[in-house]
Write a protein that binds this ligand. Structure first.
Ligand code: ASP
Length: 413
């Protein structure tokens, strides 16, 4: 009970930090001149606090993912069961992502955010090229797992950890000892996560204040329709798809679900990184939803890397936005093409800030839209990134709860 009170108060503090940060940023940013002491001294300090919080989250990722994935894989104890969970997870990830893009496209068609902009093709922009699809696939496989860890290449770390965890099962007694060792490492990493999360209210305040100060309210007006389309579609996707999954499969209320993962959702919103949020996501689903270590350490690291419903949805809205802005009619076949490429693009998107914008080039090129369109959304990408990352993370937790339920786990009530 004391523990749950402590968690509630941390959540309240994080929420207060979030709201105060927005107010602080919106007031300071546009109002205070650059030479003022607040802008000259206080803002850089606030920025520093946010950056330190981000780094502390990042510092957890590699050791936590590797140790918990090895421990989780080995804890399943049965290679066949592992295969079953793996297939279920991948299918759910793919289906929810495809539904997200369809919702994104529907909202793009409905809001018509780019209509009337009449931009002639030929505008120059410096968009970074997305990688070829074959390279994305090849990149999943590590040549040197230590190098993958040094570079925090999550997909490669996951692949190696899966091999390692399965091998722990196969290798008998000795494998068990190694799995136990990684279980202990994971446990210690959770303790470090809690230490980092205790300063989250300040980190959240700082991150959101700096973003709000940079953008102000006025800059949002010309892009209100795109921002509105992405945000409303995100909320709808969460309310329909995730609440539906949780209600039908897990037999729990949406309130129970969203309350349980609230810390992770806010952290995702302000850090704009699914990978950075992973430690919080893991601790939320275990402690608040009651999901086992075996399922969560398998499903969530994978999701933080390949399941990006928010990113896919955003790519759907933005593809339509660009087509409308350049007056290019999008046929139904082209829209179906967007569903296919955006699903793949979202899998290849790294769980770091801004990655989805780069992958948008792949989607635009594949359906023959001008990649200069990237320039249109680049200015407000931070605002869109916050919403999509939040949905990316919530999507991982919803699938995690569904997999746990279908594996017969009794979730918290
Ligand atoms: N920032 C997103 C994430 O980490 C990826 C993206 O840019 O779409 O989930």
């Amino acid at each position: 009970m004391a523990n749950s009170n402590k968690r509630v108060s941390l959540l309240v503090k994080i929420s207060i930090g979030f709201v105060l940060g927005i107010i602080f940023g919106f007031v300071i940013g546009p109002v205070v001149p650059e030479s003022h002491v607040l802008s000259a001294y206080v803002m850089p300090f606030v920025d520093l606090v946010g950056k330190i919080f981000l780094r502390m989250l990042m510092m957890l990722i590699v050791p936590l993912v590797f140790s918990s994935l090895v421990a989780g894989t080995a804890a399943v104890g049965d290679v066949r069961k592992l295969g079953r969970i793996g297939i279920k997870t991948l299918v759910l990830y793919l289906v929810t992502t495809a539904v997200a893009i369809v919702i994104g496209l529907a909202f793009g068609n409905f809001f018509q955010p780019g209509v009337g902009m009449n931009i002639p093709a030929g505008l120059t922009a410096s968009a970074r090229e997305a990688k070829a699809f074959t390279d994305v696939v090849l990149d999943i496989f590590p040549t040197n797992p230590i190098a993958s860890m040094v570079n925090a290449n999550m997909l490669q770390i996951i692949v190696f950890a899966l091999f390692f965890g399965v091998a722990c099962i196969i290798a008998g007694e000795r494998g068990k000892k190694i799995a136990e060792f990684f279980e202990n490492v994971a446990e210690v990493m959770y303790a470090v996560t809690h230490m980092v999360m205790s300063v989250a209210p300040y980190g959240v305040f700082a991150l959101i204040a700096v973003t709000a100060a940079k953008f102000g309210v006025a800059i949002l007006a010309p892009f209100a329709k795109v921002i509105g389309a992405v945000y409303v579609a995100c909320v709808l996707h969460a309310l329909l798809v995730y609440s539906g999954m949780i209600g039908i499969v897990c037999k729990r209320s949406p309130v129970w679900f969203f309350k349980g993962i609230q810390e992770a959702a806010i952290t995702a919103f302000v850090t704009r990184s699914s990978s950075g949020t992973l430690p919080v996501t893991l601790s939320n689903v275990r402690e608040n939803l009651g999901i086992s270590e075996g399922v969560s350490s398998f499903v969530l690291p994978l999701g933080a890397t390949i399941n990006m419903d928010g990113t896919a949805l955003y790519q759907g809205v933005c593809a339509l936005f660009v087509a409308q802005a350049f007056n290019i009619p999008l046929t139904l076949e082209m829209q179906i093409g967007i569903v296919a490429t955006a699903t793949l693009a979202s899998i290849g998107t790294a769980g770091v800030p801004g990655a989805g914008l780069i992958m948008l080039t792949m989607v635009l090129t594949s359906v023959g839209l001008p990649i200069e369109g990237i320039a249109l959304v680049a200015g407000i990408d931070v605002i869109l990134d916050a919403a999509r990352t939040c949905i990316n993370v919530i999507g991982d937790t919803a699938v995690c709860a569904v997999v746990a339920s279908t594996e017969g786990e009794e979730l918290n009530s």
